[in-house]
Design a protein around this ligand. Structure first.
Ligand SMILES: [Zn+2]
Length: 146
């Protein structure tokens, strides 16, 4: 994590394994690592499949849709840069591709009655500085989630 001048919060510092992911986020596209042998996506990005240890893994674009697996409403900031935002919601989202991302929910009331597990969500990207866009998730209408 590195400090950005134009953004008070820590921003991700791409590693060789995650650079592609962050470049695609910058283009507002969500891509995930995929193992052709297992025919399954995996998370987090690595140079090999964590299931079968194959090194011939690839990137595939994800649908950007998923469901809230679990969430937390934060009433206290754990970093000074978040003090103006409490309460806010973090979540683990299970994507349609079967992997779970730790992320933040946006466009949702940070109240226990308004956020729920299994709620359908879709990815949105927040451009936080000149080179970083963060994938976050917002609620989808129930009937939009086939
Ligand atoms: Zn595999």
């Amino acid at each position: 994590m590195a400090q950005s001048r134009s953004y008070a919060k820590p921003v991700p510092e791409p590693s060789p394994e995650t650079r592609f992911f962050w470049e695609k986020c910058r283009q507002h596209e969500l891509w995930l690592p995929y193992c052709p042998r297992c025919q399954r996506f995996f998370w987090y990005p690595r140079d090999f499949c964590p299931r079968c240890f194959a090194w011939d893994v690839e990137w595939r674009r994800a649908s950007g849709r998923g469901r809230v697996y679990t969430f937390a409403i934060h009433y206290r900031a754990f970093h000074p840069a978040w003090e103006a935002e409490v309460p806010y919601v973090t979540a683990i989202v299970e994507l349609e591709e079967g992997v779970r991302l730790y992320t933040a929910l946006v466009e949702v009331e940070p109240e226990p009655g308004k956020v729920r597990c299994d709620m359908p969500v879709e990815v949105v990207f927040e451009d936080v500085d000149e080179r970083t866009s963060l994938p976050k998730f917002r609620p989808l209408p129930e009937d939009a989630h086939a």
